[in-house]
Design a protein around this ligand. Structure first.
Ligand code: FES
Ligand SMILES: [Fe+2]
Length: 385
């Protein structure tokens, strides 16, 4: 049983839970793999971890995206590194078995001596699934899984007006951070409304947290909150980057959905990001953030950042003068603030004195619901049964 709506503390600290989650959550759901522009030519590929599976996404000669398990059918060696391009074949680095881009085994060294009776047709790469949705590549370890649109369901109508295909990636601004906390703490923080006005009092105060709307659609979470009136009234001056042109000014706001189990989409008046939570160990999580912005000239960016300097200067001077500059809470960076509290929370979980306290009626309701959903996936296998 899930006690008091909370996951057991051990699910954040015990490697047995980590393995269960990898097997029963991340190996059975759709995983974000990359952006459409990561694969544009035949032979170009990426590989991505989806729970216990490593999956290759590659474009074949007909420009169709294909997905295969990254396992050689000979002895099992991973065939390809995280990203790159091959010509017409995927060649295993170990004994040079060669597969075409449709996954068929085409040749193997010394076939007539070492493998006289081997039928090449029986040793194709194992198929997985790939779908393209809103400029993003998604993979599933199964060959015939639930369709991505069916998996996402109603959430697709609540993720905001950003047209990802009209934006360009800020490739110099990819963020990769390893966090010393369980992956669920990172996601719970992402969907926790209660902390916004406190932890981020100095960094996310352009949003009107009191007017936030949020709810789950199946396992996925929708979140929207408007900008404050004063920020919105002067949005051209305040925005640190050029505004996204295809969105009506009235709709410029924060849209921050979370797609189960661990993908955040963070859209604002001037950017759209995918926030990927990658569990590395029970107490270690990698966050990868890729951001897209309105295409503009360098000059436009420069003048925009100068116009918004007034806003940022105010923000900096508004800070507590006694705070130490190298402390995450004095960093002016809301991600650093979030990472700090996630790691502080993880530190307490192994203490014999740790006890989950009361949960905020509205602001922490998403956290309770998220824990309930995770529990549905793992309860049948939980050591706490
Ligand atoms: S393991 Fe791939 S060719 Fe031997
Ligand atoms: Fe936060």
């Amino acid at each position: 049983m899930l006690k008091n709506d909370y996951l057991p503390a051990k699910s954040y600290t015990d490697p047995a839970y980590f393995t269960l989650e990898q097997e029963h959550i991340f190996s059975k759901t759709w995983a974000f793999a990359g952006l459409r522009e990561d694969i544009t030519k035949p032979g170009q590929f990426i590989s991505v971890q989806a729970g216990l599976n490593n999956i290759i996404v590659i474009m074949d000669e007909n420009h169709t995206l294909r997905a295969y398990h990254n396992i050689c059918p000979h002895r099992g060696t991973q065939l390809l590194a995280p990203k790159g391009k091959v010509d017409k074949h995927i060649t295993c680095p170990y004994h040079d078995w060669r597969f075409d881009l449709n996954g068929q085994l085409r040749s193997l060294p010394k076939k007539n001596i070492e493998f006289k009776d081997l039928d090449k047709k029986c040793f194709a790469l194992k198929a997985a699934s790939v779908e393209l949705w809103r400029g993003m590549l998604w993979v599933h370890p199964e060959e015939n899984p639930i369709k991505l649109s069916q998996w996402l369901g109603e959430i697709v109508d609540h993720i905001g007006p950003h047209d990802v295909e009209k934006l360009v990636e800020a490739t110099n601004d990819v963020v990769v951070k390893d966090v010393a906390a369980n992956w669920k703490i990172v996601i719970e923080n992402y969907i926790d409304h209660y902390h916004l006005a406190q932890l981020h009092a100095g960094t996310l105060n352009m949003y009107d947290h009191a007017k936030a709307n949020f709810q789950f659609f199946g396992p996925h979470f929708a979140f929207h909150e408007p900008l404050t009136k004063s920020y919105h009234d002067n949005i051209e001056r305040n925005s640190p980057l050029p505004l996204i042109k295809h969105i009506e000014k009235a709709d410029l706001a924060a849209w921050v959905p979370m797609l189960f189990p661990g993908i955040g989409l963070t859209a604002s008046e001037s950017s759209w990001s995918v926030f990927q939570v990658i569990p590395l160990a029970v107490d270690k999580t990698r966050i990868v953030i890729r951001t897209k912005i309105q295409p503009s000239s360098d000059l436009t960016y420069l003048s925009q950042s100068m116009r918004s300097a007034f806003y940022w200067r105010n923000l900096i001077f508004a800070k507590d003068a006694t705070a130490s500059d190298d402390h995450p809470l004095a960093s002016e960076d809301f991600l650093a603030e979030d990472i700090y509290v996630c790691e502080q929370l993880q530190r307490s979980l192994t203490s014999p004195m740790y006890q989950q306290g009361p949960s905020a009626l509205f602001g922490e309701a998403p956290v309770r619901e998220y824990q309930r959903i995770v529990w549905q996936y793992i309860k049948a296998y939980s050591p706490e049964q």
